[in-house]
Design a protein around this ligand. Structure first.
Ligand code: PEP
Ligand code: MN
Length: 344
């Protein structure tokens, strides 16, 4: 529910409405606007009596927000959210490229790949330290050592890093070492983890579950925002369909759908959608054409020897070519690929 205050409402009237909401055991989120203040209400809305709030001085109307999500919606916040990750803005006019290996394998290899992707135009480094693998016998990631490697490479190369927090046991350590915390597709509905991500003190990259609807994705983000963390970037990474020509199906239509109803930035991960490197470029272009705020691409200097997802990893030189094509397409769309800050 959203309480819209009258234009002439005073600060003390706004405060009285906030108090009335909180007295019912709900959370009030005042949103000062240029002309008037609105107050979002979250919590168990069953206990709110709209007519009681509507009768308070200074209240214009109480809107029943029809969607089950609120904080993530454009009704709640019209302006695009810009998520700031170590000085890089995601969700503004510029496209942001995130690139790196699927898994952190060693310091030297991560450093080498980071240098190459930075030179090609990536603004953030990705790399998994804790890996969600289908088989328990597959490489599970270097764990804490991987986090330390990422932090060292970030300091050496000057690219902020994003890495996955697989569970609540490691999320604080991930937040300590990384600039952005990734919640993976398999954890999109791990509500305990989402709540912790909302309190982790870092921006969050929330990947769409492979069976999740748009509403479920937005409600997952809502968990994070409801804990006070508005710095969330959504990521379309492909969903399960009957198609057997690609690992997953990149749901390009999700991108404009999110942009219409949510202020949160949305990027695409064509690598996990494609599963094969030859499809990464066309899917990247499709996502950018559809309005994505950025791309996350897996890059490896020896894909045949990669410890995970080698089939979909691009060689650094192929990534350079991809960046050139993305730049050309972005220009047609009146956008640019984010450039380095001069000091970086
Ligand atoms: C990843 O980004 O390395 C990853 C495991 O992605 P997803 O959660 O989308 O499968
Ligand atoms: Mn991967």
């Amino acid at each position: 529910m959203l309480v819209v205050m009258r234009m002439e409402a005073t600060a003390s009237q706004v405060e009285a409405v906030v108090e009335a909401i909180e007295a019912s055991g709900l959370k009030a989120h005042p949103i000062p606007g240029a002309q008037r203040t609105a107050i979002g209400i979250t919590g168990n809305l069953g206990v709110v009596e709209p007519t009681r709030i509507e009768s308070l001085p200074g209240v214009l109307e109480v809107l029943q927000v029809s969607h089950p999500y609120k904080l993530v919606s454009r009704e709640f916040r019209a302006a695009d959210t810009i998520v700031e990750v170590g000085g890089v803005a995601i969700g503004g006019p510029d496209l942001v490229l995130i690139a790196g290996p699927c898994s952190v394998e060693s310091y030297e290899r991560t450093l080498g790949i980071a240098r190459r992707v930075k030179a090609a135009g990536a603004r953030l480094l990705r790399g998994g330290a804790f890996k969600p693998r289908t088989s328990p016998y597959s490489f599970q990631g270097l764990g804490r050592e991987g986090l330390e490697i990422l932090a060292r490479v970030r300091d050496e190369v000057g690219l902020p890093v994003v890495t996955e927090a697989l569970d609540i046991d490691v999320i604080d350590e991930v937040a300590e070492h990384a600039d952005m915390v990734q919640i993976g597709a398999r954890n999109m509905q791990n509500y305990t983890l989402l709540k912790r991500a909302g309190r982790c003190g870092r921006p969050v990259l929330l990947k769409r579950g492979m069976y999740a609807t748009l509403t479920e994705l937005l409600l997952a983000a809502e968990y994070i925002l409801d804990q006070g963390n508005g710095q969330v970037v959504l990521c379309e990474r492909g969903i399960r369909t009957f198609a057997d020509h690609s690992r997953n199906t990149l749901d390009v239509a999700l991108i404009p759908a999110v942009e219409r109803i949510s202020h949160l930035p949305i990027i695409a991960d064509p690598s996990h959608a494609a599963g094969r490197r030859d499809k990464v470029l066309p899917l990247s272009l499709a996502a950018v054409a559809a309005g994505a705020d950025g791309l996350m691409i897996e890059v490896h200097d020896a894909p045949e020897a990669a410890l995970s997802d080698g089939l979909q990893a691009l060689l650094p030189e192929r990534f350079e070519e991809l960046v050139a094509e993305v730049r050309a397409l972005a220009a047609v769309l009146g956008r640019e690929v984010a450039a380095y800050a001069r000091h970086a």
